[in-house]
Design a protein around this ligand. Structure first.
Ligand SMILES: [Zn+2]
Length: 581
């Protein structure tokens, strides 16, 4: 659960709470990808979690759940809910269990305020101005499943959002079963849970009262949907267990400083025509879905988890699932926030990273706070490459190798980025260092990219075709990264001669440099010669480099030019320096 707002508006931060579910043992938590000597040690945290689940002797299929409240934008923060559960599911499957991975959408929750941003069906973020914001405004207070899709494509706002999450999971190669809370209420799955709660109002109040100030003797934890205006209401005036109904009044709903006005209607609702407040809905989900394991963000660890555990035992008579709290990660050093625009969606991320690199990020220890820095995404890719090398025994790092030996097969197995012939030997794979891939991205031509990679020794005659194809796919991503961040790799080699003119001294210097290159020199020598040539002709070094950048990139600046030219085909460089082609 990753939503930043409290689920039913009353989560109280309990920063000093020490009964939060730190289930991961010290040995696994200590080191990043840790190691220790004893036999029971697991180098991969998902094995530690799987041990805890197995220790409870669950029936197959083992049920792993994630969940989310529909909001405007599905972003990479939500991926925690998907990928953390996925690795545990895969480890359990590896141990011979049947596993279902569920993803619940809390879609009977009311829309409490207008989102500032929304994601369209392609995962692109748009502002409210791009949709019918008026329709959204008129539907405040109604369940997400009762609000039209702002993009007019799905049956509801909730369905639109759920489809985004499901598509993101698919893009990462994770099969999840989406579950709609609204459907669980409507089809009667939750009916017994609601009855259980309303049959034991005193017990529920007593337990819940330990965690929430608002619980008094009048409190009825059921929110019917008003038959008149369709809004979720909070005022239940009577409960009829025999008939399976409640009486309610459609009163105002307070949302922070704002009020969503009720229509005043007084009516009757069945146990299927409303919802439990989040603090009870969560344990009710564990009950009806037989959840064995659920990862969640630390907001819940301090809020609804302790009360959920209590209510599961005292009200529903079940054991709560094995929990796992994951640290949130930051994006460029700042908290993820779709309203503040500090957010990246999965489709955006996959334009610059292979799916297996994204999966790797979520295979790292969930207890450690991390930053996803798009400006320096090359560092994450470098770490992935090293992790992969460790799996293939190419790195002298025992700790990393133990982690990679266990986790790597789960990171690449099922990744949509890994598509190799059946007879491929994975050890033959080629990964261009990401910044080198960015340099290759400066040239348009695939053949030239491959030639440059051969010149640098990344590809040779023994490299299988599939490995070349995979390696070159990274070039496209690195090029997109250069464009997005407009960094030092964001230049394009001009295949046609740009429209440029130079004065006599600069022109003569370019001709001299052409002679030097034609004689056959490597990039470093060309770089040094550029300084010499400029001095010989009495021109500023900066002016000479600028001339070069204009010739090759049609820009006043660029990468280390001499070394870059050393990578290119000699005839092309010579002709361009002579302004002939
Ligand atoms: Zn109403």
């Amino acid at each position: 659960m990753t939503d930043e707002a409290s689920r039913d508006g009353d989560a109280r931060a309990r920063p000093d709470c020490d009964d939060s579910p730190h289930i991961l043992s010290e040995q696994a938590r200590g080191a990043e990808d840790g190691t220790s000597g004893d036999d029971a040690f697991h180098a991969f945290w998902a094995d530690v979690v799987a041990d805890e689940i197995e220790a409870r002797d669950p029936d197959d299929p083992i049920v792993i759940k994630g969940g989310v409240s529909p909001s405007g934008v599905a972003h990479v923060g939500n991926v925690n809910e998907v990928m953390r559960g996925y690795f545990v599911a895969e480890v359990l499957r590896d141990r011979g269990h049947e596993v279902r991975q569920l993803f619940t959408s809390d879609d009977r929750d009311p829309l409490r305020k207008l989102p500032r941003k929304l994601a369209n069906a392609d995962g692109e973020i748009v502002g409210l101005g791009d949709v019918d914001a008026g329709a959204l405004g008129r539907n405040l207070g109604k369940p997400y499943t009762a609000i039209p899709d702002p993009f007019g494509e799905r049956e509801s706002y909730a369905a639109h959002f759920a489809a985004l999450l499901e598509a993101d999971a698919e893009r990462l190669g994770v099969p999840v079963e989406m579950v709609s809370n609204t459907e669980l209420y409507a089809d009667g799955t939750f009916e017994d849970a609601v009855r259980t709660v309303l049959s034991d109002l005193e017990g529920v109040r007593e337990t819940l009262g330990k965690y929430q100030d608002k619980v008094d003797d009048e409190y009825v934890p059921f929110n019917p949907v008003c038959a008149e205006c369709g809004k979720v209401t909070e005022t239940v005036t009577a409960v009829d267990l025999e008939a399976g109904t409640v009486e309610y009044a459609c009163t105002d709903l307070e949302v922070g400083d704002d009020v969503i006005e009720g229509c005043g209607h007084e009516g009757t609702a069945t146990f299927r025509e409303g919802k439990l407040p989040w603090r009870l809905e969560w344990p009710a989900q564990w009950d009806v879905l037989d959840v064995d394991f659920e990862p969640f963000g630390k907001d819940h660890a301090e809020g609804s988890w302790p009360s959920g555990v209590d209510l599961a035992r005292t009200v529903f008579g079940i054991e709560p699932p094995v929990p796992m709290v994951y640290e949130w990660f930051t994006l460029g050093g700042e908290a993820l926030s779709s309203s503040a625009g500090n957010v990246v969606t999965v489709p955006e991320l996959l334009e610059i990273l292979e799916p297996e690199v994204v999966r790797y990020f979520f295979a790292l220890h969930p207890k450690k706070a991390r930053d996803l820095d798009l400006e320096r995404i090359d560092q994450l890719v470098d770490r992935f490459d090293r992790f992969e090398e460790a799996y293939f025994g190419e790195v002298d790092d025992e700790e990393l190798t133990r982690f990679a030996e266990r986790a790597y097969p789960f990171v690449v197995g099922g990744s949509p980025g890994i598509d190799r012939p059946a007879d491929a030997d994975p050890a033959d794979r080629v990964r261009f260092p990401y910044t080198f891939a960015a340099v290759l991205g400066m040239v348009e031509d695939r053949e030239l990219r491959e030639q440059l990679a051969r010149d640098e020794g990344h590809v040779d005659d023994d490299t299988p075709e599939w490995a070349v194809r995979e390696a070159l796919a990274r070039v496209e991503r690195a090029r997109t990264w250069a464009e997005r961040t407009d960094n030092e790799y964001n230049y394009r080699l001009q295949t046609a001669l740009p429209d440029v003119a130079f004065d006599g001294d600069v022109a003569a210097a370019l001709d001299d440099l052409a002679e030097f290159v034609a004689a056959g020199h490597d990039g470093e020598a060309i770089q040094a010669e550029m300084y010499e040539t400029a001095r010989d002709h009495g021109i500023e070094v900066a002016d000479f480099f600028e001339a070069g950048y204009r010739l090759f990139f049609d820009q006043p600046q660029g990468p280390r030019l001499g070394e870059f030219l050393g990578e290119l085909e000699r005839e092309f460089v010579v002709a361009r320096l002579r302004r002939e082609a």
